[in-house]
Ligand binder design. Structure first.
Ligand SMILES: Cc1cc2nc3c(=O)[nH]c(=O)nc-3n(C[C@H](O)[C@H](O)[C@H](O)COP(=O)(O)O)c2cc1C
Length: 190
């Protein structure tokens, strides 16, 4: 099967969602719900919380340069789901212009794919990534920084950033229903 046919709507597809907010009822939760509402019901969903996984930070041991693995097993389930996913959803609040610490730890653990690329090993299955961010303020720098970080990271991982949706001023105004609708509509196209 070619990479193209693997991504058609007729083939069973898998979504991996990485949820990076510690809050269950915040803006990130609302955006994730909107996305999942719009998604084709045939798509199977694996959902992981960066906070619940309590990821060990990457310590640059470079074991993954020599072997197709991470020496720490805490993210094995998450990485297995990443390998299988056709769509990767990242939902995150902006903390101090960047990712919350557990989400940054998960992101740094993607170093195994960078090192696999450096070592000439096969990249993971191609996938489309969707990034949803929530910023308490109206400042755009944090959301832009996060998007830039993932764009750069994904270049060696067979993964394109298909779309980003950002919600701003979440600390002062109610959730932006127009952004939720945009997210829902985009998810319908996947
Ligand atoms: C530790 C911390 C740092 C934050 N830093 C920023 C920031 O740099 N810029 C910003 O716009 N909002 C910042 N915020 C606000 C959050 O981005 C905002 O409340 C967001 O909506 C949280 O999403 P959630 O409720 O879905 O978790 C910060 C919040 C916390 C707790």
């Amino acid at each position: 099967m070619s990479a193209n046919t693997a991504n058609t709507k007729t083939t069973p597809r898998k979504l991996l969602a990485l949820c990076c907010s510690p809050r269950r009822d915040g803006a990130c939760a609302a955006m994730e719900t909107a996305f999942l509402e719009g998604l084709d019901k045939q798509i199977s969903i694996a959902r992981y919380s960066a906070y619940h996984m309590e990821p060990i930070p990457c310590d640059d041991c470079r074991d993954c340069l020599r072997h197709d693995r991470c020496k720490y097993s805490d993210l094995d389930g998450f990485f297995a789901a990443f390998q299988e996913a056709d769509i990767f959803l990242i939902v995150t609040p902006v903390y101090n212009m960047s990712l919350p610490a557990p989400a940054k730890a998960v992101t740094d653990r993607f170093q195994r794919y960078y090192n696999a690329w450096k070592a000439g090993r096969n990249p993971p299955k191609p996938k489309r990534t969707v990034l949803l961010t929530a910023s308490g303020s109206g400042e755009t720098d944090g959301a832009l920084h996060i998007a830039k970080m993932f764009r750069r990271l994904f270049t060696v991982m067979n993964t394109g950033l298909a779309a980003c949706f950002d919600m701003f001023e979440t600390d002062t105004v109610p959730v932006d229903l127009a952004v939720l609708e945009d997210i829902r509509r985009f998810a319908e196209t996947l």
